[in-house]
Design a binder for this molecule. Structure first.
Ligand code: ASP
Length: 360
């Protein structure tokens, strides 16, 4: 099914799941726009590919092979919202596969300052590049741009690297990869309890990951936050409709003992609608302290999409359960896997892995 065949109004009317066939082709993403486009089979595939890429890149000949796979392609990083890890890991992913990159990070340095529309900017990028990776504070902008390009003569793929406070699909996939790797020898993600903590109302990584967790069996989810930062009704509705067990509370200490993963987040005060709005919410009870570690399972993992503030002190980094730095690195492998799938070179990589790397 082709995005091109729909009007923007028709596309918008589809619910998220009905959009999936327009964004996927034979299990491969054409664009990466929303977490709902990935179901269990696609997630399992992506995780396997990310591991094969990671292992291939460790070997000099493997890194050389990967570096030529897409050396004829160029990617545009269009990041008009601050980013460190998402920007750099996408850039590193491009470098691993040999793509050359260009970037706009500040619209004050592009023709948008002269009044050019986003649509025209993105169409311009599509003339020079083969992929656009974009982050914007505007909700749904990546979807809109993918549709705009689908109507043009160069309908190149778009990766949503964070849109508004609603979605961050590539972060959600890397979080799934981190959970899967963490629970690899313990039956995977099925049956696990994931506890989200912090600003869940505006944390797009939480919203996207909670959506992906609906693909796993017997998962239970805890949302632990002050009332004004609790998870949105749309995610609650989604979990109910998918029959996923969840609970909502403001008791952080009580949530720790049975968690298999504790997913911490910072206050997202860049979305405040009035000055000091976030500062008036007491989040100190939602900080992980060294003493709390005793209350956690020895096998649990601590995750955070980063950047962190006071919610995890640096001293916790040394605890073997602290997974956030590995989680961040996993982002590079998962984003490499997504780009490989978009350009349909994943099978070449898998076949190289089978012939030259497995058993190495
Ligand atoms: N880096 C993540 C994001 O872009 C999390 C955060 O900023 O708190 O949403």
């Amino acid at each position: 099914m082709r995005l091109r065949s729909l009007s923007w109004e028709q596309y918008q009317e589809l619910d998220a799941e009905a959009k999936a066939p327009y964004l996927m082709d034979n299990g491969r993403p054409q664009h990466v726009l929303i977490p709902q486009q990935f179901r269990r089979a696609e997630l399992d595939n992506l995780c396997a590919l990310a591991t094969e890429i990671r292992r291939t890149a460790k070997i000099r000949a493997g890194a050389d092979f990967l570096g030529n796979v897409l050396s004829h392609k160029r990617a545009m990083l269009y990041f008009t919202q601050p980013s460190t890890r998402t920007f750099l890991s996408h850039q590193a992913a491009c470098l691993i596969l040999g793509l050359k990159t260009g970037e706009v990070r500040d619209t004050a340095t592009s023709s948008e300052i002269k009044g050019e529309s986003r649509e025209d900017s993105v169409r311009t990028f599509s003339s020079y590049f083969d992929l656009i990776i974009m982050r914007s504070k505007e909700r749904g902008l990546a979807e809109r741009m993918a549709w705009v390009l689908s109507q043009s003569e160069r309908p190149i793929p778009i990766i949503n690297a964070g849109s508004g406070h609603d979605q961050h699909p590539t972060q959600a996939v890397l979080d799934i990869y981190t959970l899967q790797r963490s629970f690899e020898t313990r039956g995977g993600i099925d049956g696990k309890r994931i506890v989200f903590v912090g600003d869940l109302a505006r944390g797009r990584t939480v919203r996207s990951l909670a959506t992906l967790l609906t693909n796993y069996k017997d998962v239970s989810i805890g949302f632990v936050a002050p009332d004004s930062f609790q998870i949105g009704p749309d995610i609650i509705e989604l979990l109910r409709s998918r029959g996923v067990r969840f609970d909502v509370s403001a008791d952080f200490e009580a949530a720790l003992p049975d968690a298999d993963a504790v997913y911490m987040t910072r206050v997202q005060d860049e979305w405040d609608t009035e000055t000091g709005q976030s500062a008036r919410v007491d989040v100190s009870k939602f900080h992980l302290r060294p003493d709390d570690l005793k209350r956690m399972k020895p096998t649990a993992v601590i995750m955070h999409p980063l950047p962190r503030r006071e919610e995890i002190p640096e001293s916790i980094d040394r605890d073997p359960r602290a997974m956030y730095w590995r989680q961040m690195r996993n982002g590079m492998w998962v984003r490499t896997a997504l780009i490989a799938q978009i350009f349909n070179v994943d099978e070449d990589i898998r076949s190289y892995f089978r012939q030259h790397v497995r058993g190495y």
